[in-house]
Design a protein around this ligand. Structure first.
Ligand SMILES: Cc1cc2nc3c(=O)[nH]c(=O)nc-3n(C[C@H](O)[C@H](O)[C@H](O)COP(=O)(O)OP(=O)(O)OC[C@H]3O[C@@H](n4cnc5c(N)ncnc54)[C@H](O)[C@@H]3O)c2cc1C
Length: 306
């Protein structure tokens, strides 16, 4: 049985994608989690999401980009996305990864690239969320976010925190002082017990603790999870504290718990769907498999049938 760590390890082996993509069936399976390879396909997916009463966030799939020229292409892609959002009037913001903008080449390059996208978004009245990646870049990501936040407004740029990291509660307290808009998630990378809670129960308990800090802060945050227990805890806390449904939003990933997405939207909660698209779908897809053993069986069964 493939473990979560093994799948996350395989997710970093981009060469395997070439092998996997040869099977048309494998590619078909990716469509459950990925909106397509082009902006047009992502726009079509977002139109449907909007029609279901949910907003969206574009994610152009690419991470750990290795050259400055590639990072330039990423900036241009996001500028195109922001222009498309305007032209098509879809309800969406954008999510970026700093390693996509060169964080592992030169943090200054990543900052300059991210700044260009945030500036473009600000001119269009849109919002940029900086995704959080592995713990090796947590501090660098927060540093660049803080730098951007000192130049731009609360509603221009936001960040993500992961409840599996020990440091997250402290980070949340610090970031709330600025203040900052935070998306809270559990965390999708393979982290050592030296930096992250190994037990799911501790990750969940920390999620609830940090969620309460965020909601009580009065700033508009994103509660990103498919876990009914986390959602219930959020709704209960908000009701108990008299926090309005419109004071925060839930967020989920494209293709996961569509039923729950629609239910929450019908119940009057803000619901944003994260929509990944692009040619570099492999690491993202493998992380989604790692999250849920049932997904692996789903893939294996279909392989065997094919
Ligand atoms: C909008 C959004 C943005 C995110 N951004 C980041 C980020 O910037 N950085 C980061 O590290 N992580 C990010 N994540 C991923 C997150 O960290 C988790 O890995 C992921 O959401 C699974 O955790 P969970 O809260 O759904 O709870 P879990 O305890 O993992 O799952 C709870 C239940 O949700 C359902 N579920 C969860 N995952 C899947 C799946 N893949 N397929 C099918 N069902 C599933 C199952 O029913 C499962 O029992 C993001 C998640 C969301 C929703």
């Amino acid at each position: 049985m493939l473990t979560r760590s093994a799948l996350i390890y395989l997710s970093r082996k981009e060469g395997l994608k070439e092998f996997a993509a040869r099977f048309s069936l494998f590619k078909k399976l990716t469509t459950r989690f990925i909106a397509g390879e082009t902006i047009e396909e992502a726009v079509a997916a977002i139109r449907e999401i909007n029609a279901r009463g949910c907003s969206a966030s574009f994610d152009h799939l690419n991470e750990s980009v290795g050259t400055a020229a590639e990072t330039e292409a990423e900036v241009q892609e996001y500028q195109n996305v922001l222009a498309q959002i305007d032209q098509t009037s879809i309800n969406s913001n954008v999510s970026i990864k700093l390693t996509q903008f060169g964080l592992e080449i030169d943090p200054e390059l990543a900052y300059q690239n991210a700044r260009r996208v945030v500036l473009d978004a600000v001119q269009r009245g849109n919002f940029v969320r900086i995704d959080m990646e592995g713990s090796n870049v947590t501090q660098a990501t927060i540093d660049i976010f803080k730098r951007l936040r000192s130049e731009f407004g609360l509603n221009d740029v936001g960040i993500v925190l992961q409840s599996y990291l020990y440091r997250t509660e402290e980070d949340a307290r610090e970031l709330l002082k600025i203040p900052a808009r935070i998306r809270l998630c559990k965390g999708a990378y393979d982290e050592a017990p030296a930096v992250a809670y190994p037990d799911k129960k501790d990750v969940d308990d920390n999620y609830v603790r940090v969620m309460q800090l965020l909601l009580a802060s009065g700033t508009y945050h994103g509660i990103a999870t498919h876990d009914p227990k986390m959602i219930e805890a959020t709704i209960e806390f908000a009701q108990r504290e008299g926090i309005k449904k419109t004071a925060f939003e839930f967020q989920m990933l494209y293709g996961i718990r569509r039923d729950l997405q629609e239910q929450l939207a019908r119940d009057g909660y803000g619901m944003r769907v994260y929509v990944p698209y692009g040619k570099h779908w492999y690491p993202y897809f493998m992380r989604r498999l790692a999250e849920r053993p049932a997904n692996i069986w789903f893939v294996m069964k279909n392989f065997l049938k094919g």
